[in-house]
Design a binder for this molecule. Sequence first.
Ligand SMILES: Cc1cc2nc3c(=O)[nH]c(=O)nc-3n(C[C@H](O)[C@H](O)[C@H](O)COP(=O)(O)O)c2cc1C
Length: 292
Amino acid sequence: MRLGFGFVEVGTLTPRPQEGNPLPRLFRLVDKRAVINRLGFNNDGHADAAERLAARAGKMGIVGVNIGANKDSPDRIADYVEGVNVFESFADYLAVNISSPNTPGLRSLQSGEDLGKLLKAVVAARNGYAAITATNRKPIFVKVAPDLTEDQIEEIADAARDRRADGLIVANTTLARDGVEGHRHAGEAGGLSGRPLMRRSTWVLARFRRALGPDFPLIGVGGVEDARTAIMKIEAGADLVQLYTGLVYGGPHLPARILKGMLRVLDIADVDSITELRDRRVDDLLAAPPPA
Ligand SMILES: Cc1cc2nc3c(=O)[nH]c(=O)nc-3n(C[C@H](O)[C@H](O)[C@H](O)COP(=O)(O)O)c2cc1C
């Protein structure tokens, strides 16, 4: 928080602790400003994380909790529901991660029918919790993959709208290797993030903005590394921006650098508010061909 981020998201957390995949499972493609990871949700489980989150209760800052399913779970939807119930009171929002490429089969939850079932269950759990505790409903964001066709984007948008998800996070890491072909790590299994993900994830973001209209909250993520790329996300339809790999290469001063750079862009463009930039390039991106 003190680095200058407007909000922070922790996770992915699964009900039971799990070790994740064997080492090595994380590869830096330094000259590409990219990472390939196949961590596989290594985490200490809900109870342990809940204890740590409880210890910072009442402290400043917006903290989202990203929830998932154990690799060997017999009922993945039940794992997400448990995540809602355990973290609802600690989280400012919940991120339902159905797009990690490192838990076999997880991404199939993105199909319209499965996503409908999942959202019905997690939204009901959230609403029930809020009613019982007489607290505000915490927003539920669904985190999607960047490897989606136009038809899949429509299907997910329909399910998110129909089942009243509060927003989408676009996007997770990609299985594609565009832009890193021939690199010595390009053949590693896992999700690719960082600079080579920018184009694809932004293309998908613009399509979700078109599919969901101007009022549906979207978080843009994938390849943000400076003020220019952060602004590109907003121009492609993002209300909020996240980054991960950018911090690996940019270091702890990155958020401050991005914020200063964005202010400069606003000054030069004589724009009073960043919201004026939102959607500016959606039409251009809609006209662009799909990423290879
Ligand atoms: C090492 C590493 C671990 C990640 N773990 C998770 C995770 O547990 N849950 C999740 O939703 N996304 C995870 N991601 C994906 C990032 O949150 C983000 O969506 C993706 O990397 C694209 O953004 P970036 O290009 O800024 O890194 C991970 C990414 C990296 C590089």
